[in-house]
Design a protein around this ligand. Structure first.
Ligand code: NDP
Ligand code: KPL
Length: 339
């Protein structure tokens, strides 16, 4: 079908960047969010910027809705909400537009692969290889433009995923991945770090000089790939993210030997989606369970010892339930992990 109509559900960090990139590529897109966000976007447009060039703004006009009854029936719905919103949002959309509507789920983790099939029969999943953060309604910064890896678990014809990938590619580099499970699990390994970077509030408290932070961060991802290997997953290169060889080297060798690539990768973690939930939005709900909780269960199932991840997860459970959230010093986190 030519000129598909895309509804992007969720005008947060990912929804706003994807809407802008697809709109700039002349695709037919609209957004959906709450009334306050949608009205603001309709009045002021979208305004996104690359984190290294905050003065170069990419502005665009994308119509935003807040009532489903007003939205023209979309050919494809791109779901840009967190895993914890998926049940509610999917039920609404499935009842309104029908179970057969084509869905593209852009979530971290694999919880979406359990939830979305309860509501829809045609689902493509996207693994996102960039960071983006919300400054205000319709105003979003991004660390880099893509890429997005797309895949599915059946029920989608090759020409259907190819057509959507072709459309996405007009606005942001997108690739079809043959093994969705491997790709999603490789991304989960990187996302383990969201917990630690949130605990220290990395975007406010630079940790580039801290050897303890380096040790903890690199141990978390090294433990992560041990779990994925034990569970039978294979490496799938994610655009711009550290390889398993680098993660293994950083996990096993003295820190000074891998410090240069470590610092290069640390710079890419601007404000994780978890830090946005806990610190910027001041909430207590996050994707901790769908990422860290999931890896901890997988480690138990395959008898892999992951002490650093276990300790950081326990600390996050405590710290994220405190209102207001208070960042924890790296020394206090280190002491807790060692105990
Ligand atoms: N941000 C990032 O850098 C990255 C994010 N991801 C993943 O992408 C997914 C989306 O993340 P992100 O864009 O950061 O999330 P955000 O929380 O920034 O965006 C979600 C948006 O959807 C809105 N929303 C949720 N439910 C409803 C509803 N029922 N009606 C109307 N609006 C609703 C939210 O509103 P409200 O805030 O009011 O709830 C929010 O504006 C997550 O799974 C995340 O892990 C992956 C890679 C990078
Ligand atoms: C950008 C990145 C990779 C940080 O871990 C991410 O996926 C997120 O913020 O959720």
């Amino acid at each position: 079908m030519a000129n598909k109509h895309y509804l992007i559900f969720g005008a947060g960090a990912i929804g706003t960047t994807v809407a802008t990139w697809l709109n700039q590529a002349q695709l037919n897109v609209c957004l959906f969010d709450t009334q306050a966000v949608a009205e603001h976007i309709n009045q002021h447009g979208l305004d996104i910027y690359h984190g290294e060039k905050p003065n170069v703004r990419h502005k665009s006009q994308v119509h935003a809705y807040w009532q489903l009854a007003d939205v023209p029936k979309p050919d494809v719905i791109i779901l840009c909400v967190k895993n914890y919103s998926l049940h509610g949002v999917s039920q609404l959309l499935s009842e309104h537009f029908g179970k057969e509507t084509m869905i593209v789920g852009l979530q971290n983790g694999i919880e979406n692969q359990q939830v979305l099939p309860e509501y829809f029969s045609k689902i493509i999943y996207g693994v996102l290889c960039f960071n983006a953060w919300v400054d205000g309604f319709g105003v979003v910064g991004y660390q880099k433009k893509g890429p997005i890896a797309l895949g599915h678990n059946g029920g989608i014809k090759t020409e259907e995923i190819n057509a959507i990938t072709r459309d996405f590619n007009k606005g942001v580099e997108s690739i079809v991945y043959q093994n969705l499970a491997d790709t999603a699990h490789c991304k989960i390994v990187i996302n383990l770090t969201n917990s630690l970077t949130t605990l220290v509030a990395l975007h406010q408290n630079d940790q580039s000089k801290s050897k303890k932070f380096q040790k903890l961060l690199t141990s978390m991802t090294y433990e992560g790939i041990k779990v994925m290997k034990a569970a039978g997953f294979k490496e799938s290169q994610l655009g711009g993210m550290p390889s398993w060889a680098l993660i293994t080297a950083a996990g096993l060798l003295p820190g000074f030997l891998t410090r240069k690539p470590y610092l290069k990768n640390l710079k890419k973690l601007v404000v994780s989606s978890m830090a946005q939930d806990i610190i910027l939005k001041g909430g207590s709900v996050s994707e901790l369970e769908s990422i860290n909780g999931y890896v901890i269960d997988l480690a138990k199932k395959h008898n892999v010892n992951i002490p650093v991840n276990n300790a950081i997860y326990a600390l996050c459970k405590e710290a994220f339930s405190q209102q207001p959230f208070k960042a924890i010093s790296i020394d206090a986190i280190w002491a807790r992990v060692k105990s």
